[in-house]
Design a binder for this molecule. Sequence first.
Ligand SMILES: [Zn+2]
Length: 106
Amino acid sequence: MTDNSLHPIDITLHKASAELDISWADGSATRLSGAMLRQFCACSGCRARNLIGTRLITDNTAIADVQMAGIAGLQIIFGDGHDRGVFPWAYLRAIEAGRALQHLDS
Ligand SMILES: [Zn+2]
């Protein structure tokens, strides 16, 4: 992994506020809410929903846990048990930048 902007150093889950903080090797930091992560969940079902433009709002956007998905990214387990999404590092940065849909399309 040579791109420091895609190399996470610290990953902190704030369960009470449902926020995920990631510090990257290039010195930048990302904060993502459970609502954003759930909206742009990267599993095949949620991806399809986003690509056809359907918004599915659930009232449970708590983050129960995060785990490393190998070196590729994060698996996020939401409070309602939805755990099918693996979020690659570049995709997390795209969500932060408001480019999640473009990222899925490319
Ligand atoms: Zn999903």
